[in-house]
Design a protein around this ligand. Sequence first.
Ligand code: GAF
Length: 379
Amino acid sequence: MNLRADFETAFGRPPEGSWVAPGRVNVIGEHTDYNDGFVLPIALPQGVVATAARRDDGLLRMVSRQADGRFEIPVDGLKPGDVDGWAAYVAGVVWALREAGHDVGGLDVLVDGDVPLGAGLSSSAALECATALAATELYDVAVDRPTLARLAQKAENDFVGVPCGIMDQSAALLCERDHALFIDTRSLATEQVPLDLAGHGLALLVIDTKAPHRLVDGEYAARRRVCEKVASDLGVPALRDLENTPIEATLARIADDTARRRVRHVLTENERVRQTVSLLRAGSPRDIGPLLTASHASLRDDYEVTVPELDTAVDAALDAGALGARMTGGGFGGCVIALVDADAAEAVARRVAEAFATAGFRAPQWFVATPSAGARRLA
Ligand code: GAF
């Protein structure tokens, strides 16, 4: 059944439109966004679609093709804690828009999507951003996309209760086809950096390790707290503000060994993002491999957000000839990306699967990511 027919079955009337927002993989720049640093994601071809119509009784009704249940709540008086599960991401965006003073009323929303869930490919941000586009277009609210990204992040931070940075929402709303998006997460200034992998005989392999996410929320929040405390102890608004001081001099001012390593990751990762962007601007995507691998080592050893499945996947991919490989996203499970010669993609993926079988891990899944378009209206 198509979306229109499903919507009519769910809500007894036709929709007014459908809006899609993509999932993402981050090429490089991990755990830098909540430190006002730099990131370089691409949008995936997979996305989340919100099919919607306005209601004049102020009710928000939500149904998903991927989950059972039906949620119904008045938008007036909506507050954090009122809605759980996937529907909190939809309701949170409506809440954030209304909190910002925008006149968004009732809606019927049918959610559908093909972003693998729980794989760290930002299905949540995609859901938020598809909803944000639907609500703002239907209610004629004029908000630019960087502002919409901030509102979607606010929905996730304050309504859902996840202390994420701004990368995933910005990627969903601002990425363009055939480009990586270089984001300064402080100003939200962006640069579309051409990424023609196929033209260089390359492919970006995404390997979903299927590792159960362990301790994600608590560990993520703990990393964030350490970074914020060091910034405050050193008298700067964010770790980003230490970039003009030599790294060794900054690190020498941090007594605690764990905090020092966390900060070393963030500062060196920002530098790797810049170097990656320079290589891509120069038309040398092949040469970014060692930066990806160095990013993984830093996330493993200094930031300590990898798990054995992520490290095994990276090692096996490199053994099989990948030019570079790293975990992508928040870590503690999720996906690895590997930059490979296009004709070697399958062999590299097979080698990772073999290494997983030997280690007794769940079988991984893989696909080749092409830099795809950001959020848009479908119909
Ligand atoms: C998650 C968060 F949602 C992002 O904001 C970012 O911090 C990322 O982890 C790590 O780079 O995806």
